[in-house]
Design a protein around this ligand. Sequence first.
Ligand SMILES: Nc1nc2c(c(=O)[nH]1)N[C@H]1C(S)=C(S)[C@@H](COP(=O)(O)O)O[C@H]1N2
Ligand SMILES: [Mo]
Length: 528
Amino acid sequence: MNNGRWVKTIGPGLLVGFVAALLMTLMMLALRYFFGIATPAELNGDRIAPFIPVDFFFKLLGLVGGFNTLKQLGIGNVILGQLIVGALGGWLYATIVERERAHDPTQHRSMGISRRGMLVVMLMVGLAWVVSIGSLWPVLGTHYQGLPPGQAAMVTVSGLLISYAVYGAALLGFYRFISDEPPPRSVPATTHGIGRRALLLGGVGVAAVLASTALLRQLYRLATYSYDGKEYKGADLQPITPNDRFYCVSKNNIDPHVKKDWWRVEITGQVERPRTYRLEDIVALPAVEQETTLQCISNSIGGGLMSNAIWKGVPLRILLEAAGPKAGVTEVVCRSVDGYTDDLPLEKAMDPTTLVAYEMNGVPLPQNHGFPARILAPGYVGEKSVKWVTRIELHNEDSKQFYEKQGWGPNFILHTHSRIDVPDFKGPLPLGSIIVLKGVAFAGNRGVDRVEISFDDGRTWKETELTYKQSPLAWVHWKTSWHPREAGEYKLAVRATDGTGAVQTAKTQNIAPEGATGYHRVTARILA
Ligand SMILES: Nc1nc2c(c(=O)[nH]1)N[C@H]1C(S)=C(S)[C@@H](COP(=O)(O)O)O[C@H]1N2
Ligand SMILES: [Mo]
């Protein structure tokens, strides 16, 4: 490669572009941290995620070692891409400016920047902006401090423009700084002169990296990585899960921290009277308290992505009726401030147990469980219980939302599950002792009538005692005692019968695409 060109344009161009992109990234992180404005990294993830087929998604998870790693890889890659594109943009800019300068050294300039250079940067910024808006269109309404989608989209779009403008301004200023030797001497810029100023610019880059790292560290502390996928199971299970131990699943890198004064919930779409409610308005409506268990579609057999709480809220039906669904409405799409969406059939949305919940076990919803309000759709997989809900849209045709687009479903009704929590069967148990077995069973909104246990791999079944059974929308707790007569290995299994009389299926089915089925089985070793 031509060494002169490298020194004169490529090197400085890349350097300037890279440092400008670092400053832009810093701006994005600051807007995210201080104002809850979604970063392109997060928006890209949300834009792409629905197109990742479930099977491939599980392969990816296996490959990188879990959802939280995948989320971080996604963020890291977009930021890396931003820096690379930014550096290349600097190269492009330098090339154009230097070519122009070579042709016409007396070019028109203001503040040392040529008109063409200015135009090129404005075009680059404008193009990046337009392309971002176009490609991120469906997720622009995301705002992590809870602005309603319309305002959120404007704020996101403004945030993008500000960040890209920082890049553009930095590119212009920095390139001028390192390439312009003070007039009037027309000696070609020496390697030495560029080197010194480039070094200074490098210092700016380092400062931007340090500041970004500090912000990233703060953001990381808020991230979902520490609790996404948290399970609730085992020996100390309580009938009502304490809020801080409730299982948790989130698509986000950082969950929303909604400012309740900004937050609204809108009822829109195919309605006679669109409505917007503030939190006070929701709380003023007639409320119900309802014990309901939630379970994730990704819960494995015997897994703990399942918890129970007493929720307080207003039946969604009240809000829908106030808005007046138009004839032909079949589906209700719930949208969250984090850009997440999911849908319910109209009949389910109108069911008196489907709530807009704002309290969990007597206190306002915790931040990571949907503060200030979430949908609660008993009997359906947890996905449908949209947290941080902000817009409820009535549609007259069926659509596919976030998870269904990935290929989950189409049936989202919970299967009957049962689980053995106690003992953990990790070690052998002594012959002659009476073994107390405990666990839970859950059948969506069908209620659990019976839980049985088998000590001979499902050949014979013994009914257990239900020690906790309150709400048909919630789990039951069961207990039984076992007095094995001989030493050896026993194959245990548990199964439940739901309120309709249907026995839990023995057929094993994978988590994807409609949730796992089959019996929770454990092996007990009894030692003489
Ligand atoms: N806005 C929003 N709502 C959401 C999710 C999400 O990522 N964003 N995750 C869903 C999933 S997959 C489940 S299982 C439940 C979990 O609710 P919890 O975290 O309160 O237990 O929330 C659902 N609602
Ligand atoms: Mo879930």
